[in-house]
Design a protein around this ligand. Structure first.
Ligand SMILES: NC(=O)c1ccc[n+]([C@@H]2O[C@H](COP(=O)([O-])OP(=O)(O)OC[C@H]3O[C@@H](n4cnc5c(N)ncnc54)[C@H](OP(=O)(O)O)[C@@H]3O)[C@@H](O)[C@H]2O)c1
Ligand SMILES: *[C@@H]1O[C@H](CO)[C@@H](O)[C@H](O)[C@H]1NC(C)=O
Ligand SMILES: *[C@@H]1O[C@H](CO)[C@@H](O)[C@H](O)[C@H]1NC(C)=O
Length: 338
């Protein structure tokens, strides 16, 4: 056996591997140290400048946050609660959300936090939500379209629309469209998108997106959010509309996406490995908070924000020119609800 190895042409590789393994314990600590140093800088880069708007008083301002029961939506709600805003937690899970509301009420002393049921993939429910909102409130100052899901395998809602697209895009389109006439003067709409929208290379076929024909739909929904932002920013007169990428954050998003144990495990390991580079949930909420609290005249209408600063859309967006097409398509698909 040993003789075989020594005589084979792989002998040098084999020997050098042995030597490498033998000395590994000398430089392993160095490697680990280097990893953490690099990770630290990646983390700082992802996070961007620190912004604090502790003085801004949102007393009397009405804010809707979709998906405020978990992740960065919850942290956004917490900060805006500190700033005295009236917040509508537009969420699907009543028990879970009430718990979150009570926690934030206790912590901040803000009693103007309300739960209102919103199930984004159910368009009748979205309509009900808006009706209910308009009965209770006369104006809307900040709308934060934050809720979102990712799925490894396609599922479909009651209307047979692919579930990620229905939740992340169509539900939010309907919500925003129906709330447009409630927006107050100097109001804002903040659309939580993702850097994933930048994967776009050629025109999307929206019918294929709707029917789940693309291998991946999450990126497509984030692209659509960006297109919606551009359209709204052009037609709304006293409302500014922005889209943003929050960073890479360990939230519940991927835990809910995988339905096999193996995938869940791989995901957990990857996140554990990259944890030093990813943002905390609090840090992940910062870009949204920045857009919600920065002085109105500084916010760029139609702008794209990331790392707590103004950034740029993927260049393809202008070239592909699908803003109007998506707007028409969305009205067409949801015409019976509008
Ligand atoms: N995490 C990241 O690295 C990352 C990166 C880029 C962009 N984003 C975006 O950030 C946003 C927030 O995600 P997150 O990471 O904070 O995820 P998360 O922890 O899973 O929170 C998502 C929120 O959306 C709600 N939601 C899901 N489906 C819904 C539906 N059909 N109707 C109403 N609400 C629904 C969830 O409600 P339940 O609590 O009931 O599940 C939860 O409150 C998403 O738009 C996501 O695409 C995240
Ligand atoms: C919120 O309201 C309380 C009570 O009116 C006030 O003391 C506090 O300064 C306000 N917070 C901010 C950030 O303005
Ligand atoms: C999303 O990914 C798919 C590949 O899985 C690709 O065909 C599509 O163009 C991407 N869409 C966007 C908006 O990046």
């Amino acid at each position: 056996m040993l003789k075989n190895i020594i005589q084979s042409k792989y002998c040098p590789i084999f020997l050098s591997s042995l030597i490498f393994l033998y000395y590994l314990h000398y430089f392993l600590p160095l490697l680990i140290l280097a990893y953490f140093i690099i990770a630290h800088f990646v983390h700082l880069y992802q996070r961007g400048p620190i912004r604090k708007y502790n003085q801004i008083n949102l007393e009397g301002k009405i804010v809707i946050i979709t998906g405020a029961s978990a992740g960065i939506g919850k942290e956004t709600a917490r900060k805006l609660a500190w700033q005295n805003a009236t917040i509508i937690f537009a969420c699907r899970d009543e028990q879970k959300t009430i718990k979150v509301i009570n926690e934030i009420k206790q912590e901040t002393g803000n009693s103007k936090l309300h739960y209102m049921n919103l199930q984004l993939d159910d368009y009748n429910n979205v309509k009900e939500f808006v009706k209910d909102f308009k009965n209770k409130f006369t104006q809307l100052d900040i709308l934060i379209n934050n809720a979102g899901i990712a799925q490894w395998w396609h599922k479909y809602n009651k209307n047979n629309h692919e579930l990620v697209f229905a939740t992340n895009y169509l539900g939010h389109f309907l919500l925003t469209r129906l709330l447009m006439d409630s927006m107050s003067k100097e109001s804002r709409i903040i659309i939580v998108s993702s850097v994933m929208h930048e994967m776009i290379r050629s025109k999307l076929n929206f019918n294929d997106v709707l029917n789940g024909k693309y291998l991946e739909n999450y990126n497509n929904t984030k692209y659509c959010g960006v297109l919606l932002c551009q359209k709204l920013s052009r037609i709304l007169k006293s409302t500014k509309v922005v889209a943003l990428h929050p960073g890479v954050i360990k939230t519940e998003l991927l835990d809910k996406a995988g339905n096999t144990i193996i995938l869940q495990l791989i995901q957990k390991m990857l996140f554990w490995l990259f944890r030093p580079m990813t943002l905390s949930v609090e840090e992940g909420a910062e870009t949204t908070i920045y857009c919600a609290l920065m002085p109105y005249r500084e916010l760029l209408n139609g702008g794209y924000y990331e790392k707590n600063r103004l950034s740029k859309y993927s260049k393809s967006i202008e070239k592909l020119n699908q803003v109007e097409e998506l707007w028409e398509f969305s009205h067409q698909i949801l015409k019976e609800y509008l």
